[in-house]
Design a protein around this ligand. Structure first.
Ligand SMILES: Cc1ncc(COP(=O)(O)O)c(C=O)c1O
Length: 391
């Protein structure tokens, strides 16, 4: 099919919910992607923080294809090996006790919210503590409930009524979290430690320390949404490790599956027995192929790789901080936001024309490359990006 046909058919037959860039990608390898004309690009988006080992990763392909040849799907009515191997690996590496598998970040958050509410119900015997505190400028997904959780007004029009039981507190002033907690109707506070879609804005350590203290004082759970920050993206396996506390629930997805749909909700000891038989479920959750691929990802997210992520993150910051047209550089590890003088959309469009693929997040340019991007690829991409931003 030629390029014009693909674009025309997409516009005719695919729901028009995405503003697509004017390019058709056909293949790739590591952090390099090729379009249908054979043109090479350096990928600084990784399918929105998904392809942690880049494209056509041979280890992941081996794990996935081996499993495909054995058993592509069975229902959760039966035991399968990849699902338990992944759950054990996640628990051993984090200290969490149990894992519920879904297919996406939004579903991982749905599980987290249901768990928190059931936990509170079991304690007080009714729904009087069902409210979840989330933060302004957060993003938690596109289902009706995770949109309610999302603390951005732009998402709260046209699709109501939304699920009740969410309040949005300041991400700078922990006093707002305290004020909601003191109302006595909250079961949990839910945080993105680096607000990704909100513009790659990291919460401060002091703010997080205060929120953790408030949650503990008011017998609330702490849920950390690591859908984007997780699986090595910020330079530790999960970002909470850099903030010095242990959450009660962590939701994650994106990079975990290495490119296949997979979400996970990690349950700590306070909630390990909260969900019982029939309380939650998913037809595809814990799919053997997705889980076999995820095991091959998680096994390789070792100390050396994570140190490389931190170092490459610093390389990006050093290259762009103070460069012409750059107002600020924020983020953690290989999750970077750049506030530019030019509109971010213009920078991205121009960069793609020059063979580099960044993303946007709010008013910023966002970089979330494969964690294995080479120093040469990163150097080449930074030179082009600097030129485009400074033009
Ligand atoms: C922090 C965070 N939570 C949840 C989601 C939703 O994930 P998904 O699109 O897989 O449902 C995203 C997606 O960008 C995210 O960044």
């Amino acid at each position: 099919m030629d390029e014009m046909d693909i674009k025309a058919l997409d516009q005719t037959y695919v729901a028009n919910t995405y503003g697509r860039a004017d390019v058709v990608f056909t293949s790739g390898h590591g952090a390099e992607v090729f379009d249908d004309r054979g043109r090479r690009y350096i990928d600084l988006g990784a399918g929105i923080a998904v392809n942690v080992f880049g494209l056509a990763d041979p280890v992941w392909i081996g794990a996935v294809t081996e499993q495909l040849g054995k058993l592509q799907h069975m229902s959760n009515l039966y035991y399968t090996e990849p699902c338990v191997r992944l759950a054990k690996l996640l628990c051993k590496r984090t200290g969490f006790k149990k894992v519920f598998f879904g297919n996406s970040g939004a579903e991982a958050n749905e599980c987290a919210i249901k768990t928190a509410r059931k936990w509170a119900f079991d304690r007080v015997g009714d729904e009087s503590r069902s409210t979840v505190i989330t933060l302004k400028n957060s993003f938690h997904g596109r289902t009706v409930t995770t949109l309610s959780a999302t603390g951005q007004d732009a998402f709260h029009t046209k699709f109501g009524p939304f699920t009740p039981g969410f309040v949005h507190a300041s991400a700078q002033d922990a006093g707002e979290v305290r004020a909601f907690a003191e109302q006595g109707n909250c079961c949990a506070v839910m945080l993105e430690l680096v607000q990704g879609e909100g513009g790659v804005v990291s919460l401060t350590r002091d703010y997080v320390d205060q929120v953790v203290r408030i949650a503990r004082e008011h017998d609330m759970l702490i849920i950390v949404d690591e859908v984007q920050t997780g699986n090595g993206r910020t330079g530790t396996l999960y970002a909470y490790e850099q903030f010095g506390f242990m959450p009660d629930i962590v939701s994650t997805a994106k990079g975990l599956g290495g490119g296949l749909p997979l979400g996970a909700c990690l349950l700590g000891e306070r909630v390990e027995h909260t969900l019982g038989r029939g309380d939650h479920g998913s037809t595809f959750g814990g799919n053997p192929v997705s889980c076999a691929g995820a095991v091959s990802i998680l096994e390789r997210l070792d100390d050396a790789l994570l140190a490389g992520v931190r170092r490459k993150g610093e390389t990006i910051k050093a290259a762009l901080s103070g460069a012409k047209g750059v107002k600020s550089v924020t983020g953690l590890g290989l999750m970077v936001g750049i506030l530019t003088e030019k509109p971010a959309g213009e920078v991205v469009k121009r960069a793609i024309e020059r063979g580099v693929i960044p993303l946007t997040a709010h008013e910023k340019v966002r970089l979330v490359p494969p964690l294995t991007i080479t120093d040469e690829q990163l150097g080449e991409a930074m030179e082009i990006l600097k030129e485009v931003i400074g033009e």
